[in-house]
Ligand binder design. Structure first.
Ligand code: SF4
Ligand code: SF4
Length: 170
């Protein structure tokens, strides 16, 4: 019988090669300066966060511990370009389990925000962002939707939220 590989063991197999000269030693500070990122240096790599993560359970290459280690090491480009960054679903299970009370999802969100500010947003999120910016919703409400709502005894919804558009322009 072969034992199943842990998320971190699998990740170690896929470990990217990197040049020490390319490390960004200010990256951890950059993340720590964001709300919720301030306790990142408390991590002693125990792995409790990975053990409870529902994403790591279905995608063994995903590991919040690994993401934190990469940030601490200064692997800025690798973290910001990683698809794994966007797999976190903000369930906060890892934070509940972390013995160091590290706000892990907030750290991951901080890295996502840095990536987004640099234009590294996945295509699906670009679409969502454009829709929210333009109409204030994830998808357009059409007359057809309102007819169905009225039929079901629900109030009609505005088809466009002008206030959101104004807010986004500011
Ligand atoms: S549970 Fe907390 S201390 Fe342990 S590896 Fe995860 S973030 Fe680090
Ligand atoms: S918040 Fe993200 S990293 Fe933490 S357990 Fe949930 S999916 Fe995993």
């Amino acid at each position: 019988m072969t034992a199943e590989k842990s998320s971190d063991a699998q990740a170690a197999d896929d470990e990217p090669e990197f040049n020490v000269a390319d490390l960004d030693l200010g990256f951890a500070e950059e993340v720590a300066a964001k709300p919720g990122g301030e306790y990142i240096r408390r991590c002693y790599s125990c792995g409790m966060c990975v053990a409870g993560c529902p994403v790591a359970e279905v995608e063994p290459r995903y590991s919040p511990r690994r993401l934190i280690r990469m940030i601490l090491l200064g692997l800025r480009a690798e973290v910001l370009q990683s698809d794994f960054l966007w797999l976190c679903c903000n369930c906060y299970t890892c934070m509940e389990r972390c013995p160091q009370a590290i706000r892990i999802p907030d750290i991951i969100r901080a890295a996502k925000n840095i990536a987004a500010a640099e234009g590294r947003l996945p295509a699906n999120l670009k679409t969502v962002s454009a829709s929210v910016t333009k109409i204030g919703r994830l998808y357009e409400i059409e007359e057809f939707d309102n007819k169905k709502r009225v039929k079901a005894g629900l109030p009609e919804l505005q088809t466009k939220l002008e206030d959101v558009e104004r807010l986004m322009r500011k």
